[in-house]
Ligand binder design. Structure first.
Ligand SMILES: [Zn+2]
Ligand SMILES: [Zn+2]
Length: 113
């Protein structure tokens, strides 16, 4: 069975989030029939509440990459960029191989001589 990324709407914040093919496969392997109803951010928040952690310690930040506001359970130092969970995840995905490097400015410039 082939899985495809699905867009779902979070029941807490109504944000659209991606239920990735890999996650769907994980769910299927675990025989989980329910789909996630919350976006990753809300899931993290709920987990913090369940663990008795005060989400009041969460800091509202803007994602460095896409500009979405997100909450992180720590105080950003300002020295490291902060990403929302989807961007953070995509950061760790290796760049697709096989892309040939575009010609550099220098090679174009010297071509006409
Ligand atoms: Zn949400
Ligand atoms: Zn982002």
């Amino acid at each position: 069975m082939k899985f495809e990324d699905k867009s779902l709407s979070c029941v807490d914040c109504s944000e659209i989030f991606i239920f990735a093919a890999g996650e769907q496969q994980f769910f299927a392997e675990k025989k989980l029939t329910n789909v996630p109803r919350r976006c990753p951010t809300c899931r993290v928040n709920r987990r913090l509440i369940r663990d008795g952690k005060d989400t009041g310690q969460c800091t509202d930040v803007k994602c460095e990459k896409c500009g979405t506001s997100t909450r992180v359970p720590f105080k950003p130092t300002g020295r490291k960029p902060v990403y929302c969970i989807p961007c953070f995840k995509s950061q760790s995905v290796p760049v697709a191989a096989g892309d040939s490097a575009p010609p550099t400015e220098a090679t174009i410039f010297h071509d006409g001589e």
